[in-house]
Every structure is written in structure tokens, then in C-alpha cells.
Design a protein around this ligand. Structure first.
Ligand code: GTP
Length: 349
């Protein structure tokens, strides 16, 4: 996110953000400031929507949620660029370390030559003065050698640091594409996969990508009746079911992308499948969710049932990601209108 606000406007946003942060008992660190600054500035509608959901009913935003919002909606870390920078650093250090090692070898060679030279001169007394000078040169060279070996050690430890930095960037790259609540791919990751598979579909249109969209039925009632925290538990349970169904259909190949694409909306993207297979997955998903029982407390009476409506479609030849997604959404809403807890298929042709 780039900030183009004037000083006066930024100060105004900050004045508006601070009382909210205090009320929320928000941690005082730059990521937290950025989240709340963008919230009050109204410049990031997706962030505002997500933040309002998290804080609905007087809930406060915890540290993990703040970081998740920051990563998903504020931070502009381009994962490819982050990786490139880390790799670049590492290459530079590798080459510097090699150069330093070479310089160390050179200096050792030079040191050896000088030693031999001094020995020769010392065996010849009239050359005593020259030998003194050479002795000095020798000790100077040894100092250089010491300094170089220190440099080498420092470079070695920097290489270790760069290595952990690279791992950190890789971890951040992974997290930036995950939904913090459910651990599924998030909307950003899903959009990337959708773009990828629609821009490069297989030649055989019968094997074109298929999309299943699902939306939990009457989820607002779940939140309203049992609270947001229980709603979150339901979302996690549905996500687990989705993961299981995708893994089973894939036979462990992990080709199906299971994602949370909105508040209570989920997706399964089959990069290359067929419509019958996608429909069967949607049906399994529907029946597994309907059969599941989510406990509110420790007792058997405290159980809540949820259902999910689903829409399925397949990519048409030459179609863009947006139109493909919209058709799956239409199929999903057809399921909502026909009574929910069902699957609607909108074929490509
Ligand atoms: N607990 C929780 N609730 C969320 C989250 N994201 C969105 N919601 C809630 O999901 C609910 C969605 O409600 P609606 O869009 O009205 O849909 P619905 O009640 O499921 O009704 P239908 O979709 O028509 O069956 C809203 O109450 C949101 O606050 C979240 O991360 N956690």
C-alpha cells in the first residue's frame, strides 16, 4: 500500500485511529498502526470489511488477527520480489565470501614468499638492515592475513543470517497466501490459481478446469445465536471437511485448490477435471457438512447442525477467470434459491 495523504490528512487519520486502537487494546507496533490507519482512512474497503467482521458484536482484534489482516490486506510484499531479493543477497554474499577466501589464500602465499626471502637475507649479515625492513613487511602481511580471516568469519556468519532471512521470506510468502482462520488458501492465492488455470487450460475442453463454490446456509443466524467465536469454529470445521473431500478426490495428489474466498464462502478449484467429478465432490461436500455435528459445549444437547449450498461449473473455451467465477456464483445462488443444502450444476455449453 502506498500512502499519498498530506501531512495534515495523515495526522487527522492518526487522531481518529488512536482512540480506536486504545479501545481495542491494540498492540503498538507499525503493522498495527498501518491496519488501523488504513481502516480510518477508508482507503482499503476489503480491509474495512474484514476488520468489521472481526470486531462485530464488540469483539476485539487479537494480535494474530491484526497480523493476518496486515499480511492479507495491507502489506505489499510481492512474494516473488521478496524471494528474488533474498536470493540476490545470498548470491552477493556467496561471491564475496569466495573473493575473501581467495584474498586470504593470496596473502598466505605472499607471506610464505616473504618468509623464505627473510631467511635468505638473514643468512647474509651485511644485509641486516634490509632484513629488518622485510621483517616488518612480514608482520604487516600477517596482520592483513588476520584481518582477512576475521572478514571470512564474519561473512560466514552473515551467510547464516541470510539463510534464515531467506527461510523467513519463504515462510511469509506461504503465510501471505493462507487464510489465518482456517489454514486454507486465501482469496489472493485462489485468484492466482484461477488466473493460472484459466490462462492455460488443457486442449481437451472436457478436461477444462472446474469450479465448486460453496456458501454456508444461514450463517448469520449461527453468529447471532451462538456468537462470533462459535461461528469461527464452524468455519474451521467446514474448512476441514473441504480439505478432506479435496484430498480424497485427489487421491493425495494435491491438485485441487481448497480455498476460503469470502466470509463464509469456500471454493474448490480442479485445474483439470471433469464436470461429473466436480459435481460428485460438491455432493460429497454437501452431505459431509450436513452430517457433521458441531459441539458448542461439552454436552450432547449443545450441538449445532449446519448445511452448505454449492454451485458447480466448468470453464468454457476462451473464457476469462471472472466470467468463469461468476457462473459458479450463479450456480451457487440457484442452490440458495431452491431451498439451500443442495448442489446446482451450470454446464459450460
Ligand atoms: N464468525 C464469523 N462470521 C463471519 C466471518 N466472515 C463473515 N461472517 C459472517 O457471515 C454472515 C453472512 O451472512 P449472510 O451473507 O447474510 O448470509 P447467511 O446468513 O449465511 O444466509 P444465506 O447465505 O442466504 O444462507 C454475516 O453475519 C457475517 O458477519 C468470519 O470470519 N467469522
Amino acid at each position: 500500500m502506498k500512502y499519498h495523504d498530506s501531512m495534515a490528512r495523515s495526522a487527522e487519520h492518526l487522531r481518529a485511529a488512536l482512540p480506536l486502537m486504545t479501545k481495542q487494546r491494540a498492540a503498538l507496533h507499525p503493522a498495527s498502526y498501518a491496519v488501523w490507519y488504513e481502516f480510518v482512512s477508508g482507503s482499503n474497503p476489503k480491509l474495512n470489511q474484514a476488520l468489521q467482521i472481526h470486531t462485530a458484536g464488540g469483539n476485539t482484534l487479537d494480535e494474530a488477527q491484526t497480523w493476518a489482516l496486515y499480511r492479507e490486506h495491507v502489506c505489499d510484499l510481492d512474494p516473488a520480489l521478496g524471494g528474488k531479493i533474498a536470493d540476490g543477497f545470498s548470491q552477493v554474499l556467496d561471491s564475496m565470501a569466495t573473493s575473501a577466501a581467495q584474498a586470504g589464500q593470496e596473502s598466505a602465499r605472499f607471506d610464505n614468499s616473504l618468509s623464505a626471502w627473510v631467511e635468505q637475507l638473514l643468512s647474509n649479515p651485511p644485509a641486516q638492515t634490509q632484513a629488518d625492513v622485510l621483517q616488518e613487511l612480514l608482520s604487516g602481511t600477517r596482520e592483513i592475513r588476520g584481518a582477512l580471516s576475521e572478514l571470512q568469519q564474519r561473512l560466514d556468519s552473515s551467510q547464516g543470517e541470510i539463510h534464515s532471512l531467506r527461510e523467513e521470506v519463504q515462510r511469509a510468502r506461504g503465510e501471505a497466501l493462507l487464510d489465518a482462520l482456517t489454514g486454507l488458501a486465501n482469496r489472493r492465492a485462489f485468484d492466482q490459481h484461477l488466473q493460472q488455470c484459466t490462462s492455460n487450460p488443457p486442449g481437451d475442453s472436457a478436461l477444462a478446469p472446474c469450479l465448486v463454490l460453496g456458501d454456508i446456509d444461514f450463517f448469520k443466524q449461527v453468529n447471532d445465536s451462538y456468537g462470533h467465536a462459535f461461528g469461527d469454529r464452524v468455519l474451521r470445521a467446514v474448512a476441514q471437511t473441504l480439505k478432506g473431500v479435496a484430498a480424497q478426490a485427489d487421491k493425495g495428489q494435491e491438485t485441487t485448490i481448497a480455498a476460503r474466498v469470502g466470509g463464509e464462502e469456500f471454493a474448490m478449484l480442479l485445474p483439470s477435471g471433469n464436470l461429473q467429478q466436480a459435481q460428485a465432490m460438491a455432493e460429497t461436500m454437501r452431505s459431509c457438512v450436513a452430517a457433521s455435528r458441531i459441539r458448542r459445549g461439552d454436552t450432547e444437547q449443545d450441538i449445532r447442525r449446519v448445511t452448505i449450498s454449492l454451485g458447480v461449473t466448468q470453464l468454457r473455451a476462451g473464457e476469462c477467470a471472472e466470467t468463469f467465477f461468476k457462473r459458479a456464483d450463479r450456480a451457487l445462488y440457484a442452490s440458495k434459491h431452491t431451498g439451500r443444502n443442495c448442489v446446482t450444476v451450470l454446464a459450460a455449453a
